[in-house]
Design a protein around this ligand. Structure first.
Ligand code: MG
Length: 231
């Protein structure tokens, strides 16, 4: 599989044409092989077991069902189970990051990108900040627009995308959004952003990966950024 590809009729992206870079966090700024998101999922399952008195199988099933139905397990628990979101976010993101190493190559490539850089995540500021600090890339980003800033309404609901661009004065026609969950690029495209799908072959990530809302499909973030920076 090629390291990068442009969809038919999509010219290669030129870094100098981009005003704002909007990065997803989980499974985008680090690869799925880092195995960090399953650690969050495991803590969610344990939280649901404790909080709602379910066994492990029941908790796992509820977590996954709510994730697929509402976009985040958090949203589902808030709507169906009257959850306190703050307590949940603090607990489930308290994962071990001791094996996350700095990524100097990614740091250099982000440094070389002109323009503003932001994070847009369905996770929390605390989670994003801890991971970015471990990767050594936290100093690049002017803000982490998280699930609290999104009023707990996750991507791909168009609502938080609108709040993001209004609050941060972003012209979507000069913005690029990079994401591993393909369906999260639908609202970005509708607003005029250039979209980049970092291929992730899990069922929930590949959902919505065909269609003209995907401008660029890539297999490796750093390899692709290198072509953009050197292009
Ligand atoms: Mg992601």
């Amino acid at each position: 599989v090629a390291a990068m590809s442009n969809e038919p009729n999509t010219p290669p992206l030129r870094a100098q044409d981009v005003g704002v870079w909007i990065f997803d966090l989980d499974n985008t700024l680090y690869p799925p092989t880092s195995d960090l998101f399953p650690r969050v999922a495991e803590r969610m399952t344990a939280f649901i077991m404790r909080e709602y008195g379910l066994d492990e199988d029941g908790s796992h099933k509820l977590r996954r069902d709510l994730f697929l139905k509402y976009g985040t397990t958090l949203r589902g628990l808030m709507l169906e189970r009257d959850l306190d979101p703050k307590q949940f976010l603090d607990d489930v993101h308290n994962i071990d990051l001791s094996d996350v190493d700095p990524n100097p190559r990614l740091n250099d490539l982000i440094t070389a990108l002109p323009g503003r850089k932001l994070i847009f995540t369905n996770g929390s500021v605390g989670h994003a900040s801890r991971i970015m600090a471990k990767l050594g890339i936290d100093h690049h980003f002017e803000t982490v627009f998280d699930i609290v800033a999104s009023d707990y309404i996750p991507k791909p609901d168009p609502g938080p995308y609108q709040v993001l661009i209004q609050q941060h004065g972003i012209d979507p026609t000069h913005a690029v959004m990079i994401e591993d969950m393909a369906k999260n690029l639908v609202p970005a495209h509708a607003m005029g952003m250039t979209t980049v799908w970092l291929r992730n072959h899990r069922d929930w990530a590949i959902d919505g990966s065909t269609g003209d809302h995907i401008h660029h499909s890539i297999d490796h973030l750093e390899d692709w950024l290198e072509t953009v920076v050197n292009g």
